[in-house]
Design a protein around this ligand. Structure first.
Ligand code: NAD
Length: 341
């Protein structure tokens, strides 16, 4: 099989490509524009693999997409390319509308025209897997409100979440109207190696290691469900192979945490693994002394919680990393990567 992956130089896309090259025999075509969020170093270990092909390309460029489909004749598309950072979407939403909505539209159109001219069997077997977020559901007002299911209605809060919600609607409509064999996944907050420094966990680690204030929005009591990226890519592979066309699947990590607890746990791990006195600070200085509360993000969602029972029952997928283990692995990875161990 030839699998076309968009956004493969990003955090989740690169983990997916490493996973697929290691665990399958398939050909992987990675289409990525290489925005600020891309990190080709995350693929350095597999870049020379003869089953891996990279093309720098903007998914809004339909002609370039068409050429790739004609050249590589993919059997599946896994669509991860997106502008993905909520704060950036608040500062300026245009790029989010362009890539997340228009880019998804262009990719759907090229996929549909390509799929329709395939021979019958291949036409049926073709899959378009759209990777989306639990942020399309908005937030939960209380700690005991039931978690999002696939039936929860869409109520996105940020420009990022709204652009992803719009892309989900397009994908569903291309199935309903044109019969494109699509599947959608909505996952919770990912974490793990190679995440961009702008996101909560790597940002906390890097600020702590450089002795800068560690910013925490508002009172830090926002709750997120944390999903280890390797568990997520395993789920995506299951969904692509065994998921039902036209369905969506929630993917969560069963690990709800308040942001402030995540930050404090990272500080404790760093106190143990990379104590501040080794970097010239007085003995017993704690990383938590760097925590600084800052003005809350506008429209900040209070709580996301995801009910993954559908994928767990239908596809027998379970997250394998609990948060304590996953976070320790992640902190160790960033320390090794920063040369701090
Ligand atoms: P990321 O920001 O790390 O990477 C995005 C990648 O897409 C980058 O390599 C970038 O160069 C590429 N890209 C951006 N615009 C493009 C364009 N116009 N054409 C081609 N490539 C383009 O994102 P991520 O964290 O890896 O997320 C991947 C997907 O998963 C996104 O669709 C995101 O919405 C979704 N998601 C992420 C999370 C998370 O916690 N990271 C949670 C839920 C859903």
């Amino acid at each position: 099989m030839t699998i076309l992956i968009t956004g493969g130089c990003g955090f989740i896309g690169s983990a997916l490509i490493r996973y697929l090259l290691q665990h399958t025999e398939h050909q992987i075509i990675n289409l990525d524009k290489l925005t600020y969020a891309a990190n080709p170093a995350a693929l350095a270990a597999v870049a020379a693999n003869p089953r891996y092909h990279f093309k720098q390309l903007d998914i809004c460029d339909a002609a370039a997409l068409q050429q790739i489909f004609t050249q590589y004749q993919p059997q599946a598309v896994m669509h991860l390319a997106a502008e993905s950072h909520v704060d950036r979407s608040i500062a300026g939403a245009a790029g989010f509308i362009e890539t997340n909505i228009n880019g998804t539209f262009q990719l759907l159109e090229v996929s549909r025209h390509y799929q329709q001219q395939l021979p019958e069997l291949q036409r049926q077997q073709f899959r378009f897997l759209h990777i989306s977020t639990d942020e399309v559901y908005g937030d939960l007002a209380t700690a005991d409100a039931p978690a999002f299911t696939e039936q929860t209605h869409y109520a996105p809060s940020s420009p990022y979440a709204a652009s992803k919600a719009a892309s989900d609607h397009l994908v569903r409509a291309w199935h309903r109207t044109y019969g494109l064999p699509v599947i959608i996944t909505n996952c919770s907050n990912n974490y793990g190696p190679w995440q961009h420094a702008e996101k909560l966990i790597p940002n906390t680690i890097s600020k702590a290691l450089s002795g800068q204030p560690i910013p925490v929005y508002g009172n830090g009591k926002q709750i997120r469900d944390w999903l280890y990226v390797e568990d997520h890519v395993r789920a995506l592979w299951q969904v692509l192979n065994r998921g039902e066309v036209g369905q969506s699947y929630n993917i969560g990590g069963n690990s709800e945490q308040q942001n402030i607890e995540v930050v404090k746990t990272i500080c404790e791990l760093l106190d143990e693994l990379a104590p501040m006195h080794k970097r010239g600070y007085p003995l017993n200085t704690k990383h938590s002394s760097l925590i600084t509360y800052v003005t809350d993000r506008p429209g900040h969602d209070l709580r996301y919680a995801i009910n993954s029972s559908k994928i767990q029952t239908a596809l027998q997928w379970q997250p394998q990393h609990n948060f304590a283990v996953g976070l320790r692995n992640t902190v160790l990875w960033y320390l090794q990567h920063a040369g701090s161990l």
